[in-house]
Design a protein around this ligand. Structure first.
Ligand SMILES: [Zn+2]
Length: 74
C-alpha cells in the first residue's frame, strides 16, 4: 500500500532492514541493546554519543536507505 502510493507520487521506494537502526550508534557504529538506556534515550556505551532515541533511529534508517539507493543507482 505504501509502496504503491510512493510510486504514484513519483517517489523512490527503498526498503531498509531495521536491524540495528534503534540500537546502533550513528557516530561509531557500535550496536548493543545497552545503548538504549531508556525507551526515549540513546547513549552509546562505546563513544558516549547521546541522542533522542526516535530521532537517532530515524537518522540511521535514512542513512541506510540513502546508502542502498546509491548502491542500486550505480
Ligand atoms: Zn558510538
Amino acid at each position: 500500500m505504501l509502496h504503491a502510493k510512493a510510486e504514484d507520487a513519483g517517489r523512490t521506494w527503498i526498503e531498509v532492514n531495521p536491524r540495528h537502526t534503534s540500537d546502533g550508534c550513528e557516530c561509531c557504529g557500535h550496536a548493543a541493546p545497552e545503548n538504549r538506556v531508556s525507551q526515549a534515550e540513546f547513549v552509546c556505551q562505546r563513544c558516549g554519543h547521546k541522542a533522542a532515541a526516535d530521532a537517532h533511529a530515524a537518522r540511521n534508517i535514512l542513512r541506510a536507505g540513502l546508502a542502498l539507493h546509491t548502491a542500486t543507482a550505480a
